[in-house]
Design a protein around this ligand. Structure first.
Ligand code: ADP
Length: 413
């Protein structure tokens, strides 16, 4: 068939051209080109090692994953920037088995070459940071060229995010079970005591029932917080769009926490501006987040005897107008080494103090997730001995910032 004959002719031409290019390539590579121009020459020479070198180089450059292409002798013909960042020692024209030092990967390249079968391998890199990868080493036969032109394609998947999520999930389950098991064990212990030795002791019954109620309340609160967190996470991608005025929320939350403030002897000062600040949001979620922060100021900042809650207009880093709810206490503050991890689930500066205060260790995680979902953020500042300031940053509604008129005709602002 005509097409077959043409294909054969191309293959032969390619074979002759290939040998000529191979000779040229080795002359350049042996010439020891140096510097940036030298590196370009080496790359060109390496891609000339193969009849489709420039095409391979372009294809690999366009791949969204880290990729390396080797020739039959395991020399590097092409690699992209992503591959370069995984294996900085990669050099065009050099043997891959020297540039890629990971033993599992080197074995997979050897096996793929020997058996002409795809190999999959997982490996772990410690430097510069802990990272997990899977690599697919695939022998590629190009029918239009001779076997000398066979290639090996190596692609990489970064498994680090998956590993981190898996570690976080395991941590989370362990933490949640531990938090539930402690009050549950206390409740079971008291039930046993009431059924046995304290069966007829009215005073003990009274005392134990009170403790059991506290522990059961703690469990209920923990489950409530866990459910809220998962609900917020499920909706994380849906930005809430109901206009919510912030000043009434601030007043409602502070009013609701006045009994706790009195109990702790904390004087709460509230300030809201004359102007109306409105955000697009979920009212209940915003109340929940603010409640957690004000409650923390009353619990942990109590020794300072004062807390200030202020609603103000500000400007985000992007230049966009935002509302800020600033919650400041004058308590002992937070040591700086704890600040970066404070919004992690179950992270506490002092776990026993938090539990004694009825805390679940989920309040700040919840507040952070609520703010993220609203396109805002939570910032924390603290000076040891001088208290802590938690700020809720929320983008103002477009109508509020005067951009509503710019929205396309017919759209609901
Ligand atoms: P918890 O239920 O323990 O209060 P949070 O997530 O609300 O959980 O807070 C996490 C930890 O952050 C608390 O256990 C506490 O150690 C610390 N923390 C939070 N707010 C303050 C504050 N205003 N002052 C000092 N420490 C605080």
């Amino acid at each position: 068939m005509a097409t077959g004959a043409t294909g054969q002719g191309h293959a032969q031409e390619a074979g002759v051209g290939f040998l000529a290019r191979l000779g040229r390539a080795w002359r350049v590579l042996r010439g020891g080109a140096a510097g940036a121009a030298g590196a370009a020459a080496v790359r060109e020479a390496a891609s000339a090692l193969h009849p489709y070198g420039p095409v391979i180089e372009a294809l690999v450059g366009g791949l969204p994953v880290a990729a390396i292409v080797l020739d039959r002798e395991s020399r590097i013909i092409a690699f992209n920037g992503e591959a370069g960042s995984i294996a900085p020692a990669l050099r065009h024209g050099e043997p891959a088995l020297i540039s890629l030092r990971t033993p599992a990967l080197v074995d997979a390249i050897r096996s793929a070459g020997r058996r002409r079968e795809p190999q999959r391998v997982e490996f772990f890199e410690r430097v510069p940071t802990d990272r997990w990868f899977e690599a697919f080493v695939t022998p590629v036969h190009l029918p239009a060229t001779g076997p000398d032109a066979d290639l090996v394609l190596i692609t990489f998947n970064d498994l680090t995010p998956l590993h981190r999520v898996e570690a976080m999930r395991a941590d989370f389950v362990a933490n949640a079970s531990h938090e539930l098991r402690t009050p549950l064990a206390a409740v079971l212990g008291f039930i046993e005591t009431l059924q046995g030795p304290a069966r007829n002791d009215a005073a003990a019954r009274e005392k134990f029932l009170k403790i059991m109620q506290q522990q059961a309340t703690r469990m209920a609160r923990l489950i409530d917080d866990l459910l809220s967190l998962s609900r917020i996470e499920l909706n994380a991608h849906l930005q809430p769009n109901t206009p919510v005025e912030l000043a009434p929320i601030v007043r409602q939350v502070v009013d609701g926490l006045m009994p706790l403030a009195r109990d702790r002897g904390v004087d709460v000062k509230v300030s809201v501006p004359q102007e109306t600040l409105v955000v697009l949001g979920d009212r209940d979620e915003l109340i929940r987040a603010l409640e957690n922060l004000v409650e923390n100021a009353l619990k942990y900042g109590a020794p300072g005897k004062r807390a200030d809650i202020a609603l103000v207009r500000g400007q985000a880093r992007s230049g966009q107008a935002e509302a800020r709810i600033v919650i400041r206490d004058y308590g002992p503050g937070i040591p700086p080494e704890h600040l970066p991890r404070l919004t992690e689930r179950f992270y506490r500066v002092d776990a026993s103090d938090s539990r004694a205060q009825g805390g679940t260790g989920l309040g700040l995680a919840l507040a952070k997730h609520v703010l993220n979902r609203h396109g805002g953020r939570l910032t924390i500042e603290s000076t040891l001995g001088a208290g802590a300031t938690f700020t809720m940053h929320l983008p103002l509604s477009p109508a509020e910032t005067g951009t509503a008129s710019e929205s396309p005709a017919g759209s609901k602002a």
